[in-house]
Ligand binder design. Structure first.
Ligand code: AMP
Length: 425
């Protein structure tokens, strides 16, 4: 048997309802906060991610699904959403629209990672990007959007970790300080960190290796070395989070993996889903749009992993109400009744009444059982007797009552019944 590729998942009926619920909540909240959806291609030219994510990141170095297409172009399945959104912003000249532009996306991302619980090779992200404002209000707004989403999904035990990684100016200074600190510990770091020393020394602070962590406990932090502007920005963001009742924890070691972050960086961590506890990561990237050829434009965004939300909902036993949509089963018995039944089914559907017909040749008893199992309230029975009388027998599965309704008024009757009972369903 051919199996699905490692690190991918089938989202099958029974689980998809959770996805739909989360996606609906996302769309609703984004529209309430004034964010518009953007859909970009699932593959892009590789260069976009090399420039937009950064050559020194794990994503670009180790994790991209890159291939040559038949026209000899290097193509990459998108490993994240921000670079594509910024490319689309520049390419479609969205910088002409009123500022800031508030966008969101939802879709699959691809990273060739070591798979484990909560870490996949194809996974799904919901993300927001706000382009065109460097006001700390925007930092607070994006965090409050995702915080509110998690509140509506009834997720518990979450913690916002926040840091400022400084700007081009103060970070350059900080990088030197950090390298001086790391120099004498360099040989004791893990192999990955040794190669990060030149390329991206800040990532060493983020290393999960416990030895690297203890070697860097006393390392200088960006927070101790912020310039005045970055410090003021950070203070404002924290004040706004406090004003909106969002609990946060300052985490000076959280530097995030991507090269383009500046000033605010944040993650939201969850308890109870194992090692992969980050469910949201984001930050400000005031130079990214310029980096990929656009006008200088400040930006900030985040991405949330949908699989991790689902894991958390399951871990916290949060029930998601999945309403059964089907109201009517047309139970036609016999050849002629089936033709009349199919006609009735079509009319019901044209009137927007959700209805099914048995497609496997079950008898009346079997169809009743089916309706019961699927929680379909009304069964419309149509046999040779009903045809002769030009009626339909309507059985209400909840009340256990049945009555004959003339064929020419059945649609009107069903509409009334459904309106009457839909509140009590
Ligand atoms: P990142 O783009 O790495 O900042 O990730 C943002 C969020 O996407 C994380 O907080 C996770 O929730 C989710 N995520 C990232 N990588 C994976 C993965 N390989 N599998 C599942 N979820 C992921």
């Amino acid at each position: 048997m051919i199996k699905r590729p490692k690190g991918t998942q089938d989202i099958i009926p029974g689980v998809i309802e959770k996805w739909h619920f989360i996606e609906e909540q996302i769309k609703k909240i984004c529209s309430e906060f004034g964010y518009q959806e953007i859909r970009t291609p699932i593959f892009e030219y590789t260069e976009l991610f090399q420039r937009g994510v950064g050559e020194s990141t794990d994503i670009v170095n180790k994790e991209m699904y890159t291939f040559w297409d038949k026209g000899n172009r290097s193509i990459t399945l998108r490993p994240e959403g921000t670079a594509s959104v910024c490319r689309a912003y520049v390419e479609n000249k969205l910088h002409g629209s009123p500022k800031p532009l508030k966008l969101y996306y939802l879709g699959p991302m691809f990273r060739y990672e070591n798979t484990q619980a909560g870490r996949y090779r194809q996974f799904h992200q919901f993300g927001c990007e706000v382009l065109g404002s460097d006001d700390p209000l925007v930092d607070a707004e994006v965090i409050s959007l995702v915080w509110e989403l998690f509140r509506r999904l009834s997720l518990k035990y979450l913690e916002v970790h926040i840091n400022s990684v400084g700007c081009q100016t103060c970070r350059a200074e900080y990088r030197k300080l950090l390298q001086v600190f790391l120099e004498e510990r360099r040989n004791k770091l893990c192999r990955d960190c040794q190669s990060r020393f030149e390329r991206n020394p800040m990532r060493i602070l983020d290393c999960k290796n416990t030895n690297c962590q203890s070697l860097t406990t006393d390392a200088p932090t960006t927070l101790q070395n912020l310039c005045e502007e970055c410090q003021e920005h950070f203070n404002r963001v924290l004040a706004l989070l406090t004003a909106s009742n969002i609990p946060y924890k300052i985490n000076p070691r959280m530097v995030r993996g991507l090269d383009y972050y500046q000033k605010t960086a944040f993650e939201i961590m969850a308890e109870g889903i194992g090692a992969q506890s980050a469910i949201c990561g984001g930050g400000r990237y005031d130079r990214l749009v310029e980096e990929i050829g656009g006008p200088s434009t400040p930006g900030i965004g985040f991405a949330v992993g949908i699989e991790r939300i689902i894991a958390l909902l399951e871990n916290q036993n949060t029930n998601i109400a999945t309403t059964k949509e089907i109201k009517v089963l047309v139970a036609a018995i016999g050849e002629n009744p089936k033709i009349e039944g199919f006609k009735l089914l079509t009319q019901l559907r044209q009137c927007g009444i959700s209805a099914l017909m048995d497609l496997t040749g079950r008898g009346l008893k079997g169809q009743m059982k089916y309706a019961d199992r699927e929680k379909i309230r009304y069964v419309l029975i149509l046999g040779d007797d009903e045809l002769a009388e030009d009626v339909v027998t309507v059985k209400d599965m909840i009340l256990g009552e049945q009555e004959k309704i003339p064929m020419d008024s059945i649609i009107k009757y069903m509409r009334n019944e459904i309106d009457k009972t839909s509140c009590s369903d």
